[in-house]
Design a protein around this ligand. Structure first.
Ligand code: FES
Ligand code: FE
Length: 419
């Protein structure tokens, strides 16, 4: 199915995208668009990289790989989160080759150039007199921590709207105290689909009948206008209206911001944030809706406060309940392979087996992710079939259209402005 890609330039496919319809096949199947997506989207946007809880102590690091790029995210001795290109300033070797770890200094394994966790070159053996180590520190990557979430941007001039994004979402996120969390579990799932299918799938609940475990506690209704609720979902909708009214009263009495703030399309750092009720006990993403962790992560007097949902272009979404938070990051691996990394955060002092049962905490999203992996693999297979033609989005898939419009905007900007 590369014929169209070979005969139709990317710019033409971008320009002729039909609003309200899924994208043409070459966007999902070809190496051309995979490389373009890395450069035009992932190398120029702020992307969600990790949580601060993954690097709690000075010297703790994670490596983040995006296409040909590898980035070291490390906490320095002043406890600030820093990011550097994982490329040695001597002859370019990849320096850190593990996904995570802890170091006193960052040592290249080839000729042992040694860098501080602040990126300065500390030692390079057998150099000419006059060799100036200050000229050979690790190249920095732009990094920002927002309420315990770590974002990076590979561009030298990152999108300037990030400060505004941070200012708008921080009041929503701060009560969840993610900076003081620990990682309870992290799961890497490889989906056999293009990264955009992973994101599109996340942006709609049209398929949520395929998530029976999630649907017990999660209201799949947010995109329905009242008159459009299908008869089968009417009882759930009535329950939602009651839970929503009670939740809003509770949010207001506690001074918690809850109203939806949405700017998903036009800005480079597109996002949507909203606090919403949950079903059943209304506390958490569990079988019965009750909190899975006895010691709450959030600074809340009660667990019955639903969840905070944050959607972020291009590669992340987040669910923060009172007792825990879950972060999801999406990293393209190939045109038809995508890493979905899910991280469950709990209070730093919560003890597994005492305050929470790990499987009970993670079960709903683990099975939901597995179900989504099947959906997106099927979408990838069908889109790769020569019989595929783009189809229409339903009104409940408005955030899919928002994601695709945002994506087309980013590609258009890149194709016009150049690298
Ligand atoms: Fe890193 Fe030589 S390439 S020390
Ligand atoms: Fe899903």
């Amino acid at each position: 199915m590369t014929t169209t890609a070979l005969v139709t330039p990317a710019a033409e496919l971008v320009a002729r995208r039909v609003p309200g319809r899924s994208l043409e096949a070459p966007f999902y199947v070809g190496e051309e668009f995979f490389a373009l997506d890395i450069e035009a989207v992932f190398a120029r946007s702020w992307i969600f990289a990790a949580t601060e809880a993954e690097v709690p102590e000075p010297g703790d690091y994670v490596t983040v790989t995006v296409g040909p790029y590898s980035v070291i995210v490390v906490r320095d001795d002043d406890e600030e989160v820093r990011a550097f290109h994982n490329v040695c300033r001597h002859r370019g070797a990849r320096i850190l080759n593990e996904p995570r770890g802890s170091v006193g200094t960052i040592v290249c394994g080839y000729h042992h150039w040694t860098y501080g966790v602040d990126g300065r070159l500390l030692h390079a053996a057998s150099q000419e007199p006059g060799f100036d180590p200050t000229c050979f520190g690790l190249r920095t990557v732009q990094v920002r921590a927002v309420a315990g979430l770590v974002f990076l941007c590979l561009a030298d001039r990152p999108p300037a709207d990030f400060d505004d994004f941070a200012a708008q979402v921080t009041p929503y996120l701060a009560p969840h105290r993610l900076r003081h969390a620990k990682v309870a579990r992290q799961v890497d799932l490889i989906e056999h689909a293009n990264w955009k299918l992973t994101m599109e799938n996340n942006r709609e609940c049209y398929h949520c009948a395929g998530h029976p475990e999630l649907q017990r506690c999660y209201f799949p209704l947010y995109n329905f206008a009242e008159g459009d609720v299908p008869p089968a979902l009417r009882p759930t909708y009535e329950r939602f209206l009651q839970a929503d009214a009670a939740a809003r009263a509770a949010f207001e009495s506690l001074g918690l911001p809850y109203a939806a703030v949405e700017d998903l399309v036009e800005r480079p750092t597109g996002f949507r944030v909203e606090r919403e009720p949950l079903d059943l006990a209304g506390e958490s993403f569990t079988e019965d809706g009750k909190a899975a962790v006895r010691r709450l992560l959030a600074d809340f007097p009660t667990a019955r406060l639903g969840h905070l949902g944050l959607h972020l272009q291009p590669n992340a979404w987040f669910h923060c309940a009172a007792d825990h938070a879950v972060t999801f990051s999406v990293i393209p691996l190939a045109a038809d392979r995508t890493l979905v990394r899910t991280t469950w955060l709990v209070h730093a002092d919560a003890e597994e087996g005492v305050d929470y049962d790990l499987d009970a905490l993670t079960n709903v999203w683990e099975v939901t992710n597995e179900q989504d992996a099947v959906f997106v693999a099927r979408a990838q297979a069908g889109i790769g079939d020569p019989a595929y033609v783009p189809g229409p989005y339903s009104p409940t898939e408005s955030q899919v259209e928002d994601f695709v419009r945002w994506y087309i905007n980013r590609l258009s900007a890149y194709l016009q402005e150049g690298p």
